[in-house]
Each structure stands twice: as C-alpha cells, then as structure tokens.
Ligand binder design. Structure first.
Ligand code: GZL
Length: 319
C-alpha cells in the first residue's frame, strides 16, 4: 500500500481517537474546506492529492474535493460551487496563471478566504488570496541547468519538453533554465515543445524530436517533469538509443518512478518538487480560521537527486 496512505490511516485513527484534531469550530462544527485540484495528470499530482486528502482526514476537516481534468473552466465551476455551499476556506492549484480574477472576486464578496497551493496566479490585486504555498519553480529550472553544466560541460544541443502552456511551473522552470544556460553560448535549446506534463504526450513529442533534422544531434533532454521524461525514455529506447547514455536526461519532481529510472541508468538527474503540501495547507487553514497573520508566500524546501545516490535514497522517499 502507498506509504502516504499508511501514514494517513494511522493519523486518521489517532485523530479520531483524540477527537477532531484542532480543526473543529466552536460547538464542534467541522471546518469545511473546498479544494479544486487540477487533475491526475502525473505521479506528482496523485501524490499531491493523496497528501491533501489524508491530512484533511487526519485533522477532521470536512473536505469538498474536485478534479478538473486539467481544465480551467472546471476549476472555476468547482470554486463557484464551493462559494454556493458556503465553505469556510477555498484552496486550489491554478492550472494556468491567468483568468482567475472574476471568480476570486466572487470568493472575496462572499467573505471566503482563498489559499493557493502548488501554482501561482497572475493578479494585480493581492487581496484576492491569503497565501501561496509552493515551490520556487525558477530555482528548480536553475538547478536543472546547473546540473547540465556540471555533467555535460558548456556545449550541447538540448531538447526541452515543456509543461502545460501558460502554467506557472512551465513558465518559471523554462525561465530559470535559460537564465543559467545563457552564460554558456555552447548550450543550445534546439527543440522545445509542450508535453503537457503527461507520459503519453512526452513520448509522442520526443518521437517527433528524434525524427526531426536536429534529432540526431540531441545530446541532452530537459523535461519539466518526470512523467514526460519517462515517456521520452520509452521513445528514445524505441529509436534504438540508450537513454541516460546517448542522451543525458534531467527532469523535475523526484517521484519514485524517477528514482527507479535513475537506478536503471536511464535518467541522470531529477530536481525535487515536493507534492506533500497537505500539512502546510491545513496549518494555513487553521491560521486563517484563528484569524492569525500568514506570510504571503510559503516556499517548500527541495533537493536535487542524481543517479549515483538514487539506490541509497529511494527507500526514504514518501512519493
Ligand atoms: C509542480 C506541479 C507540476 C508538476 C507536474 O508544482 O504543478 O504539475 O511538476 C504536475 O508533475 O503535473
């Protein structure tokens, strides 16, 4: 059974035994939180969902959860439904950065505080959300590029599998990566296209890269997440090449399957992006309910993992 699930059951049992853990309102009424999740597009997302659901259960929160299948209009519909239900707090991971102001203004008019997790929104009005809990995606991009410079040197043709167009991680990971490689003119991004953060699309786009005129000269693949890298590994093998050897691969997330690929010698490096945001989210919910001050930005702490340490580290991984 999934380690997060085991932890969750244990915590939920403990929570039940001790009575609702800190999330009850006066009179024992449960805190009601509406969470509009992006979808289930990647292992990272599934671990993120598990962390949120298990932490809600452990703290006795009445969680209303929706899955938008990566569509912004579905997230907006879900947020409107949470407003209509009169939940205490709304939280969500915005699939793209723009287009949120109208629905966030409706939350504000309804007096329902909003917490952003994982991805940010692009708004001029800071009053539209209380805090944003998530990684520094620009730094994740820099870390991926710094690994390329260290491992490959300052001259290589790079193929890039981008995340969802318009999403904060896709925009910022690209920004951080390019910020580092611009100091090394020999490092060139020769192919770049979105693989939408999924394995299937990552494989399909990598197949097209390999068939292109530049395909034979690709030395490095930079994938904005592990799922696209894992799809690309299949495409590289089906083209008769050795992933991790003929084409060095660096990706982001550090999910379990990435560690397995590094142990198999097919992936060279993965930059951690922690999906286990449940505890920080419900700490923020408790603070909001207690009318305590919250920082505008809560950054998650992350590392970088390479092939050499993968076998020793995988046993400690929670996702
Ligand atoms: C990052 C998250 C991204 C992951 C992908 O915080 O938004 O979305 O990197 C996921 O795996 O699909």
């Amino acid at each position: 059974m999934n380690p997060i699930r085991i932890l969750a059951i244990a915590a939920a049992v403990a929570g039940a035994a001790l009575g609702a853990a800190g999330q009850d309102q006066p009179g024992g009424k449960k805190v009601r939180v509406g969470f509009a999740q992006i979808g289930a597009e990647s292992d990272w997302r599934k671990a993120n969902t598990e962390s949120i659901k298990s932490e809600a259960a452990a703290r006795g929160v009445d969680l209303k959860f929706s899955d938008a299948q990566q569509k912004q209009e579905n997230q907006i519909k879900a947020i409107r439904a949470f407003v209509a239900q009169g939940v205490d707090v709304i939280a969500f991971s915005p699939v793209v950065e723009t287009g949120w102001e109208p629905v966030l203004k409706e939350c504000k008019r309804a007096g329902i505080p909003v917490i952003l997790t994982d991805r940010a929104v692009d708004t001029q009005d800071p009053s539209l959300y209380v805090t944003f809990i998530g990684a520094d995606f620009v730094e994740e991009g820099r870390r991926a590029a710094n690994w390329v410079v260290k491992a490959v040197g300052s001259s290589a043709n790079i193929a890039e599998l981008q995340g969802t167009p318009g999403s904060a991680p896709a925009i910022d990971r690209k920004k951080g990566f390019e910020e580092v490689i611009k100091a090394h003119p020999g490092l060139k991004i020769t192919k770049s296209q979105s693989g939408e953060f999924t394995r299937a699309k990552g494989k399909e786009v990598m197949e097209s890269f390999l068939k292109s005129p530049e395909g034979k000269q690709i030395n490095v693949l930079f994938a904005h997440n592990d799922d696209m890298a894992l799809g690309a590994i299949q495409a590289i093998e089906e083209a008769g090449l050795k992933p991790g050897v003929d084409i060095k691969i660096v990706s982001i997330d550090a999910v379990r399957a990435a560690f397995e690929a590094m142990i198999a010698g097919k992936l060279n490096c993965t930059v951690e992006c922690n999906p286990l945001l449940g505890p920080q989210l419900f700490d923020a919910v408790e603070a909001v309910m207690a009318k305590k001050e919250l920082p505008r930005r809560i950054v998650t702490k992350e590392s970088v993992f390479e092939q050499s340490g993968a076998a020793a580290t995988i046993k400690d991984r929670k996702y």
